[in-house]
Design a protein around this ligand. Structure first.
Ligand code: PGA
Length: 247
């Protein structure tokens, strides 16, 4: 089954009205490969503006949301609110949410389930830390994180998995195409065994961690790498080259 390549830009807590306007310009002007799906992860306060400015062919994602529709949860936003401003996506479980904000596998899985129930599409992030890789625990960690998700997900059709080794995020140390391919392949085998062959074959697995215009093409050539989640480079016109890595 062909999996459509999908590239996400994760702007994190970066930008202001002026600089986001520049990003919107190059996204709108650049020739984006129509065979690649593009989604940008926008700080919550700019979601509505960015959604209004970008063509509908480009998806707009929140970078987080909570696990219930509304209530006394100061500072949080809900999937219902994301939908209310016409955005269809949310990034959940990013390693910065896990490590800086202490989100657990279980909380992330609950958020994913609620976002899916509300009709959002989800980029669910997983990935091991450097000490876990060095201890030979990469598969153990990503399988544990994926299992927590799988316990809550009833329908995988609106889920994209993003494998982002924590040691590669924002460090300039990209996983080699072989390292990334090995983990993606292992994840697909885990999904085949523990969820279904259909899900294993159809779910898209992005790689994230220091993806640049220079390394995207080689990573994209690997059979189980179905796209990227891009941080730093998504703020620059280089992002267009990364989107077009399959061309
Ligand atoms: P990076 O970030 O591309 O800056 O390494 C990736 C991410 O955090 O999604």
């Amino acid at each position: 089954m062909a999996r459509k390549f999908i590239v996400g830009g994760n702007w994190k807590m970066n930008g202001n009205t002026a600089s986001i306007g520049e990003i919107v310009k190059f996204l709108t002007a650049g020739n984006l490969d129509p065979n690649t799906e593009v989604v940008v992860g926008v700080p919550a306060i700019y979601l509505k503006d960015v959604r209004a400015q970008l063509p509908c062919s480009i998806g707009v994602a929140a970078q987080n949301c909570y696990k219930v529709p509304s209530g006394a949860f100061t500072g949080e936003i809900s999937p219902a609110m994301i939908k209310d401003v016409s955005c269809d996506w949310v990034i959940l479980g990013h390693s910065e949410r896990r490590t800086v904000f202490g989100e657990s596998d279980e909380l992330i899985a609950e958020k994913v389930a609620h976002a899916l129930d509300c009709g959002l599409r989800v980029i669910a992030c997983i990935g091991e830390k450097l000490e876990e890789r060095e201890a030979g625990k990469t598969e153990e960690v990503v399988f544990r994180q994926t299992k927590a998700l799988a316990c809550q997900i009833k329908d995988w059709s609106n889920v994209v998995l993003a494998y982002e080794p924590v040691w590669a995020i924002g460090t300039g140390k990209t996983a080699t195409p072989e390292q990334a391919q090995d983990v993606h392949d292992a994840l697909r085998q885990w999904l085949c065994k523990n969820v279904s062959k259909e899900v294993a074959d159809s779910v898209r697995i992005q790689y994230g961690g220091s993806v640049t215009a220079a390394n995207a093409k080689e990573l994209a050539s690997k059979p189980d790498i179905d796209g990227f989640l891009v941080g730093g480079a998504s703020l620059k016109p280089d992002f267009v080259t990364i989107v077009n890595a399959k061309c």
